[in-house]
Design a protein around this ligand. Structure first.
Ligand code: SAM
Length: 261
């Protein structure tokens, strides 16, 4: 490949991924906004509106270190108040809501915890921060109503393991949702996007973080990630039913979903 990452070994991959997220944790928000033109916020909103979480949900957000997805879920769950008029138990249900944020990198979890404090959510018992590996989750079988992973699955070593773990921890009826940078096939737009990702992103990454290699690696990892259809069939192979995906911005990102029956 053009960046010499072709023969990257697994340890090397883990090390590079680790470097990206340790060195970038603090400038992480800024880079997300710069690279996506702020769109990542809308994409995460879309993910959470697709999930449609409800009071009392037991939800697992994997690779969720910074809390971006978890805060949106909590906000949406907390806004479900209308039923309280007829049904006082909605308040009790709100208290039973649990959103587990699992991330392999304690630095990222610390960013999330800090942001929770800034948002006045330090005492919020619904948020649970857990250090752990998406490929070997510490949660019980069939313990979750929902599972999300946003911009996380692309960087793992074994995608299949992540999917089978997602399937294991979901209860029957539980939903899997994945937001990930994907593949643009729209003519002309594809050329613009290629230029943007191969030329602009590493340059901006270097300017902001001083770390060009990590961003070249990120761009390369987008290219290596399976196409929308291949990824959908991997989700089905893990056991999920009703597997679908939706492209956003012509496939710059895609939201894949599946149901455990
Ligand atoms: N979900 C957040 C968001 O959308 O802003 C964070 C995405 S960030 C690009 C990727 C995250 O995946 C990092 O926090 C990293 O630590 C985490 N990660 C990488 N490999 C992981 C693994 N095997 N298990 C759990 N988390 C992992």
């Amino acid at each position: 490949t053009s960046f010499g990452f072709k023969d990257v070994r697994e340890e090397e991959k883990s090390r590079l991924v680790g470097n990206v997220f340790s060195s970038v944790a603090s400038s992480y928000d800024l880079m997300n906004d710069l690279m996506s033109g702020g769109l990542h916020r809308l994409w995460k909103d879309r993910l959470v509106s697709d999930l449609n979480p409800y009071p009392g949900i037991k939800h697992l957000d994997v690779a969720g270190g910074t809390g971006d997805v978890a805060f949106r879920i909590l906000e949406r769950v907390s806004s479900v108040k209308y039923r309280a008029l007829q049904d006082a138990s909605v308040d009790d249900l709100q208290e039973e809501t649990k959103i587990y944020v699992c991330d392999i990198n304690p630095n990222m979890l610390n960013v999330g915890k800090k942001r929770a404090m800034e948002r006045g959510l330090a005492e919020q018992k619904s948020l649970v921060w857990v250090e752990g590996d998406a490929e070997a989750l510490s949660f019980d079988d069939e313990s979750m109503d929902g599972y999300t992973i946003a911009f996380g699955i692309r960087n793992v070593t074994h995608i299949e393991k992540v999917l089978s773990e997602a399937y294991r921890v979901l209860r029957p009826g539980g939903r899997f949702l994945c937001l990930e940078l994907s593949h643009v096939e729209v003519p002309v737009f594809k050329d613009l996007y290629d230029f943007y990702s191969f030329s602009v992103i590493p340059a901006v990454g270097e300017l902001v973080t001083g770390d060009r290699n990590s961003y070249q690696y990120l761009v390369e990892s987008i290219r290596r990630f399976p196409s929308q259809d291949v990824f959908a069939s991997m989700i089905a192979d893990a056991g999920f039913q009703k597997v679908e995906y939706e492209n956003l911005v012509g496939g710059v990102v895609a939201i894949h979903s599946g149901l455990k029956i």
